[in-house]
Design a protein around this ligand. Structure first.
Ligand code: TGC
Ligand code: FAD
Length: 392
């Protein structure tokens, strides 16, 4: 892969809206990505392998659950810091951001928000450093967009429960030490449980053959009469709002992250257009190339403003799930459109692993699908503005 020459586009001087701490965090994560991720990521993606060696570094940078307070081992940062971290990581690769957002928003967030004091003390500090890695099991083979219909369930058996069912498409599953699993209790209501690797009857077969998010490990969670101690049930939430609350945190991170892909594709295409000569001129001097680049930077700038404002609202506990859906959807659309246009600017070179664009483009097919598909987020916005539910 080419040397990482990334310079982030900031057409509207949005850096002026960031604090010095935000900029320090951004520079630290960016430097880490340039040094430790960009040089290896193409190779790992080609081999469909997750680079496990980066876990320690991501933990040291505070990328796992940055919003978790220091008393539980997190750095206690605000949500704009979280967004910036996800943007920088996803600028490197969506699979790396995926690993961090699952760990932070889908494993640490529910334990911090819905867990007992014992659960928080036991798991959060080790999750923050990456000593323990987690995954999040909501999706099932027959229940993706409609998780309310899930079949996975547990029955009361005295001091423990017996868990049965299966989850699929689970990021980090093949190597996770723990899984936050959503299942129906004996009354048919959704509850979260912390399932640990090694519990009898719990397996995590890996999903092979993905053309997208190849540097992220994906798998199933299979529960065959797994005995889970009652103390592993998350006590402070019942119902679908539990997992959906975690999704709000993760979708917020993706809204920032997908823009990182867009910015990387734009930056690569801009540089290429200034250097590549055809018909005795840089291709960036042709109007059609300029149209592509001008539209890219316009959409990136609009997206940057949207996620920054969303970050302010989230910090003030005022960001609604519907606002988060709009930003997740917009950033994915922006990124996938820009990746396609940027690839065209690179001509044949755009399809190679010499540049990051094609990898981003393929990754974005997952990003636009997981955490709620593009159309599900459109319907969430539709319901929000009309008051009518068009899901069912
Ligand atoms: P609905 O009746 O609308 O809601 C049930 C309860 O939940 C509340 N709620 C939310 N709370 C917090 N955050 C949100 N985003 C929320 N959305 C809804 C809601 O107020 C209600 O509360 P209450 O107190 O009244 O019970 O539920 P529904 O069954 O009609 O479903 C609505 C729908 C379709 C929008 C929802 O099911 C949905 O979002 N579906 C998409 C599923 C999804 O996003 N799955 C993601 C799986 S995890 C994943 O993909 C990880 S990828 C990770 C990576 O690698 O980065
Ligand atoms: P479906 O729900 O079957 O949807 C298929 C199509 O139907 C979509 O276009 C959808 O928009 C459309 N559709 C569905 N319902 C409606 C409707 N009411 N109106 C109009 N259109 C509709 N899940 C986890 O729990 N944990 C994870 O860590 C995780 N990681 C993932 C990693 C990857 C790489 C991928 C690809 C997925 C991951 N997922 C994970 C699952 C992901 O959240 C689901 O794939 C996603 O929610 C969509 O579910 P589905 O694939 O079953 O599609």
């Amino acid at each position: 892969m080419q040397k990482d020459l990334y310079q982030h586009p900031d057409y509207y001087l949005l850096d002026e809206l960031l604090t010095d701490e935000h900029k320090l965090i951004r520079d630290a994560v960016r430097a880490y990505v340039k040094k430790e991720i960009s040089p290896i990521i193409e190779d790992y993606a080609q081999r469909a392998e997750f680079p496990k060696q980066i876990i320690k570094g991501l933990g040291e940078l505070g990328c796992f659950g940055p919003f978790v307070p220091q008393e539980y081992g997190g750095p206690g940062l605000d949500y704009i810091s979280y967004g910036i971290m996800m943007q920088e990581l996803e600028r490197g690769d969506s699979g790396i951001r995926s690993t961090a957002s699952v760990q932070g928003s889908l494993v640490m967030y529910p334990i911090y928000t819905y867990g007992s004091e014992e659960q928080k003390k036991k798991y959060l500090p080790k999750l923050a450093t990456g000593e323990l890695m987690g995954c999040f099991g909501l999706t099932e083979p027959n229940f993706g967009s409609n998780p309310a219909g899930m079949l996975t369930n547990f029955k009361d058996a005295g001091d423990h429960v017996i868990l049965n069912g299966s989850k699929m498409w689970i990021s980090n599953a093949p190597f996770a030490d723990i899984a936050v699993v959503w299942a129906k209790n004996p009354e048919g209501r959704i509850q979260g449980l912390i399932v640990e690797r090694g519990m009898e009857g719990f397996t995590t077969p890996e999903t092979h053959g993905k053309w997208s998010l190849r540097a992220s490990a994906t798998g199933e969670l299979v529960f065959d009469n797994v005995k889970v101690p009652k103390e592993n049930i998350l006590p402070n939430v019942i119902g679908l709002k539990g997992p959906l609350g975690c999704l709000s945190s993760a979708r917020f991170g993706i809204a920032w992250g997908a823009l990182g892909c867009a910015m990387d594709c734009y930056d690569t295409a801009l540089r290429y257009s200034q250097q590549r000569i055809q018909f005795d001129k840089p291709i960036g001097a042709f109007q059609l190339t300029q149209k592509k680049l001008a539209e890219m930077i316009t959409e990136i700038t609009k997206g940057q403003l949207l996620v920054w404002r969303l970050g302010v609202l989230r910090n003030e506990h005022r960001a609604t799930p519907e606002q988060i859906s709009m930003a997740k959807r917009n950033s994915c659309e922006t990124a996938i459109t820009i990746a396609r246009e940027a690839r065209q600017i690179l001509g044949g070179m755009g399809i190679t692993g010499e540049y990051s664009i094609m990898r981003h483009m393929m990754n974005l097919e997952s990003v636009i699908t997981y955490e709620g598909t593009h159309d599900i987020h459109l319907l969430i916005t539709g319901q929000s503005v009309t008051g009518f539910n068009a899901f069912k």
